[in-house]
Ligand binder design. Structure first.
Ligand code: OSB
Ligand code: MG
Length: 370
């Protein structure tokens, strides 16, 4: 596959409601859309680096720089035999996983379209529907949170994740648990706590949570192992896992019982699959995280989550949970039984709606072969 043209678009999309976490409040989501053209076909990918360096050190601006000045020039004009060849070419670039993952995603779509098969089949997916959940931001009060939960359950979601932050934690868990004794419920702290907060997590142990996501330092593996020893509830690492090597360290040190996989955070679908396969062999369940993606990124996530060891519902919700208008057609929807259909058409399996994409694009740059 000869790579003839690559286009980067900085997009900004307004969320249907502000998303508050221990890292702050987001009203808009900024990402980069990567378009790769070759041999009459077009591949689409999304880099989930955000406008701010609060979840990850990467931002739209750093990812743009790495893509434009390093990753893209080294594949432009090349006749690639596989996606793996592009990964190998750029392997000497250290870090910047979200930048790498955006380009890799577009190449996966391009190669899948060239072969006429859906991404899920390229990845080795085994399910035609995946179990999905919803990640609810911090709300003004426990009562307001319970109302949100109720609305999402009515939409079909069967698993709820709530964000927690110091001072806004156990009361929220108690309120939701009291109202829904059997709900599949989990919490995400986004690294807002210290080991000295262990007593709080002991309290949470009584509430039968599916998991506690990333309570401690954003790169920590060691202290999570200390906290996990004290708890019955499995910890799940998100921010701390950047690679298969991190996954192996976390599992061997018993820092968590569950791994959250986000392709952007680990550098792409290929590394995600390696992590998935390793966890399967180690008997550790994984689930698919989310970065408030547009339909372009979501399509790849849905395909990846169709692999067999994604046994817990993912943070993959309907387009309408995030945006009034998605940039793909059809938009993603949730079924009444809390599942989402895996696209069956070639590549990402959905069409990019160009007027909708243009409407959210704030800057475009195109790179062509000389
Ligand atoms: O920690 O999982 C997280 C969104 C942005 C950054 C980090 C996280 C999240 C979410 C949203 O929880 C999940 C989704 O896309 O629905
Ligand atoms: Mg998280």
């Amino acid at each position: 596959m000869r790579i003839e043209r690559v286009e980067l678009r900085h997009i900004t999309m307004e969320l249907v409601s502000p998303f508050e976490t221990s890292m702050g409040v987001e009203t808009h989501e900024e990402h980069i859309i990567v378009r790769v053209d070759g041999e009459g076909l077009t591949g689409w990918g999304e880099s989930v680096a955000e406008g701010t360096p609060f979840y990850s050190y990467e931002t739209v601006q750093t990812a743009w720089h790495i893509l434009k000045d390093f990753l893209i020039p080294s594949v432009l004009g090349k006749d690639l035999a596989s996606v793996q060849e592009a990964i190998d070419i750029n392997d000497h670039v250290r870090g910047h996983n979200m930048a790498k993952a955006g380009l890799e995603a577009a190449l996966w779509d391009l190669f899948a379209k060239a072969q006429g098969v859906p991404l899920a089949r390229m990845f080795g997916g085994t399910r035609s529907r995946i179990d999905v959940g919803v990640s609810i931001g911090l709300q003004a009060s426990p009562a307001a949170l319970v109302k949100k939960v109720e609305a999402h359950l009515a939409e079909g979601y069967r698993r709820i994740k709530i964000k927690i932050a110091p001072g806004r934690d156990i009361d929220l868990v108690r309120a939701v648990r009291e109202r829904y004794p059997d709900l599949m419920l989990q919490v995400d702290a986004n690294s807002a706590y210290r080991l000295a907060d262990a007593p709080l997590f002991h309290e949470m142990d009584a509430h039968r949570l599916l998991l506690i996501e990333q309570p401690l330092g954003y790169n920590d593996i060691y202290e999570h192992s200390k906290l996990q020893k004290e708890l019955r509830t499995p910890l799940c690492l998100d921010e701390s896992i950047h690679s298969l090597a991190d996954t192996q360290a976390a599992i061997e040190l018993k820092s968590c019982g569950i791994i959250n996989i986000k392709p952007g955070r680990v550098g792409g679908f290929t590394e995600s699959k390696r992590i998935h396969d390793y966890c399967a062999s180690a008997g550790v369940p994984v689930w698919h995280g989310g970065m408030l993606e547009s339909g372009i990124g979501r399509a790849g996530n849905v395909a990846l989550a169709s692999l067999p060891n994604f046994t817990l519902p993912g943070d993959i919700s309907a387009s309408s949970r995030y945006y009034t208008q998605d940039i793909v057609d059809p938009p993603f929807t949730v079924n009444a039984d809390g599942t989402m259909d895996v696209p069956v058409r070639p590549g990402i399996g959905v069409d990019v709606v160009m007027p909708a994409l243009d409407a959210v694009t704030v800057h475009t740059e195109t790179m062509r072969t000389a």
